[in-house]
Design a protein around this ligand. Structure first.
Ligand code: GLV
Length: 317
């Protein structure tokens, strides 16, 4: 039986599944391992099932024992892993696409609603019981008829587009390539970022974090948006230059933001906390029981597939 190290505690069903296939070492206290502890615990293992909280940078990967053949990330994103360093060492890296698209799209829509309809301020006032209804009290932005720009029209982007359309939003998108008409579902393609941002009353960031997308939302690109636009991010914090977005929010160039992901999580830039129009969540994209089990099961299956066939459909390097 192959040996695997599982770096974070999984839901019971998934740990049971892992035990059926592997000699699995679990983290019953759900301790956040340091890089040196993770390297030490990898000794004698054949694979590591990592999560997005594990920083698998080049240095860590280079120090892993030679027995490690697979790093199976319990996430669709893999910005926490240096793919090239893994490839150089002959280590396959896999991810968990598709199974989390519905849950993440739900949070993507929640961010849009939360930011547009001033939900943070509403919750605060309701809790303090200090509000008085009036015709113009906590007036927000209605979604019906509003233009939604989707940055990255992959599986999650397409699901957000479908729900947004049902809410009466007019969908535009930018992607590395134009989608087929069937996948576009009436959305308008823009071949440039500028083209998309200029027509986005609301932006939903759904693209992966890569070297190319790092700080894509910055001082310059924020100026492309119509004044009073709303920025939401369900993808990764690295895509946004926080200082630039905070400044644009303070200047009211940007009306509101809805964020589920942050640079340097869980420590978000304190500037966001001072702005009433920011609706924030603690990285809940895939956080439903159904989805977390499906993701962990897929992460286990990815390792199994690799050892059975020498390859894996969800290999990303
Ligand atoms: C969640 O953020 C994931 O990448 O799976």
């Amino acid at each position: 039986m192959k040996k695997i190290l599982v770096t974070r505690k999984l839901i019971k069903d998934s740990e049971e599944k892992a035990l059926k296939l592997f000699d699995a070492k679990f983290n019953s206290n759900d301790e956040l391992y340091s890089q040196s502890k993770l390297i030490e615990l990898s000794e004698g293992q054949d694979a590591i099932l990592t999560s997005l909280t594990d920083k698998m940078d080049g240095d860590t990967i280079n120090k892993l024992p030679n027995t490690i053949k697979v790093i199976s990330n319990f996430a669709v994103g893999f910005g926490n892993i240096d793919l090239e360093a893994a490839k150089k060492r002959g280590i396959a890296v896999t991810n968990t696409p598709e199974v989390l698209s519905d849950a993440t799209a739900e949070i993507g829509i929640l961010l849009i609603l939360g930011a547009c309809r001033r939900v943070s301020e509403g919750i605060q006032s309701a809790k303090e019981s200090n509000w008085k209804w009036s015709a113009d009290y906590l007036i927000g932005k209605q979604l019906t008829g509003t233009r939604l720009g989707i940055l990255g029209m992959g599986r999650i982007g397409q699901k957000i587009a479908k729900i947004a359309k049902a809410l009466g939003m007019v969908v535009h998108y930018h992607n590395r390539s134009k989608l087929s008409e069937e996948k576009e579902q009436g959305a308008t393609y823009h071949d440039s970022l500028k083209g998309l941002f200029e027509v986005s009353d609301v932006l939903s960031i759904c693209c992966p974090a890569t070297k190319e997308t790092e700080n894509l939302i910055n001082k310059q690109t924020l100026e492309y948006f119509p004044t009073g636009a709303v920025i939401t991010n369900v993808a990764r914090g690295d895509i946004v230059d926080d200082e630039a977005l905070i400044d644009a929010l303070n200047r009211r160039k940007i009306y509101a933001a809805g964020l589920d992901v942050y640079k340097g999580e869980p420590n978000l830039n304190p500037g966001y906390l001072k702005i009433k129009s920011v609706f924030i969540l603690p990285h809940l994209g895939s956080a439903t029981k159904h989805t977390r089990i499906a993701m962990a099961n897929l992460a286990v299956d990815n390792i199994d597939e690799f050892f059975r066939t020498g390859n894996c459909t969800n290999k990303v390097n």
